[in-house]
Write a protein that binds this ligand. Structure first.
Ligand code: MN
Length: 332
């Protein structure tokens, strides 16, 4: 295992400018890992910049701002000539699959530099020159921290903060089952390096817009429990957006709220559009029902525990069709 780390260190030590990227719709682990790696490489005299395939979420802006990072955002389209030639190495963190790197594969096909993947996911495609994939790691940030330590780079407070964001994002602030003793020991080291955990908790978890909490209240008021309490349905109407002044991105994660209920197996969230677009349905499962398979009958898809679908119909029609079908799935 140390060999893999040493290979990475050897390759990176020969580089002058590294382009670092991560998966589309980056989370705290993706962004924290990129930030920590860039800061660490700077200590070795290596310039590094970050390529983001979708915008930097507001919630995580502070991670890049405090690190003083340069980043390129191609969400709204790639420039005609992305300056790949300015870099002599390509490092991808927190993913190793092309489907999570839209637009990258074709653009780097003829780019002849070392390509590195640092990741903790099981699903991998075999394209990198060197891979550092540790699936036991709770977060890519754990692997980055180990790399930084083996490279003999002292972890300063900025690096520590970025790595802490990575850890807490992927472990739900150390609550999820992926949290291992290594994670907690690393967290302790990062605290000693100067992470203000209370401040970080406030930035990440006590920093919502009032409009979003008002929308959440509306969504919770709409909760219906069906199929003997196994099916939870929430509905957000156009009027709810207008009354609360919230917007569609404010619905993020609301679908997880009814999963707190002991009896609930499946949760559905119906969102009526502000324009004439389709009604969006988000689906979550605790594991017994494959919601991706369910969503397919309506042209949707996703993962077994998290999926989505859209129907160009009225809210009432969509609700009737999808809830009816789900009740039949739960009680055939
Ligand atoms: Mn991750």
């Amino acid at each position: 295992m140390t060999d893999q780390y040493q290979q990475f260190i050897d390759v990176l030590s020969h580089c002058k400018r590294v382009l670092v990227t991560t998966h589309v719709r980056p989370d705290g682990d993706a962004l924290g890992t990129c930030a920590a790696l860039v800061l660490a490489m700077k200590k070795k005299g290596i310039e590094a910049e970050v390529l983001l395939l979708s915008h930097l979420p507001t919630k995580y802006k502070f991670v890049f701002e405090e690190a003083g990072l340069v980043h390129h955002d191609v969400e709204k389209g790639w420039p005609e000539h992305f300056p790949f030639a300015n870099f002599d190495c390509f490092l991808v963190a927190d993913t190793g699959t092309w489907s999570q790197l839209p637009g990258v594969q074709e653009r780097i096909a003829n780019w002849n530099v070392p390509k590195l993947v640092l990741d903790h996911h099981l699903t991998q495609e075999d394209w990198a020159d060197h891979k550092l994939v540790i699936t036991e790691a709770a977060a890519a940030g754990e692997i980055a921290a180990e790399l930084i330590e083996l490279w003999n780079i002292p972890i300063d407070s900025k690096m520590a903060m970025a790595l802490y964001v990575a850890l807490v994002s992927d472990t739900g602030w150390f609550q999820f089952s992926n949290t291992r003793p290594f994670t907690l020991r690393l967290a302790a080291t990062l605290m000693e390096a100067g992470v203000d955990t209370d401040h970080l908790y406030q930035l990440l978890y006590q920093n919502e817009r009032a409009e979003r909490v008002a929308l959440q209240a509306r969504a919770m008021q709409s909760l219906e429990l069906l199929a003997d309490g196994q099916l939870a349905v929430m509905t957000i109407r156009k009027q709810d957006f207008l009354d609360t002044k919230a917007s569609v991105p404010d619905t993020e994660n609301l679908i997880n709220v009814p999963l707190q209920i002991r009896t609930v197996e499946v949760a559905l969230l119906f969102t009526e559009p502000l324009d004439s677009g389709p009604v969006r349905v988000s689906l979550r499962s605790k594991g017994q029902i494959d919601v991706a398979k369910f969503a397919q009958q309506f042209g949707g898809g996703g993962h077994a525990r998290a999926a989505g679908l859209k129907l160009q119909a009225s809210l009432a029609d969509t609700h009737a069709r999808v809830v009816g079908a789900m009740q039949k799935t739960i009680h055939p």
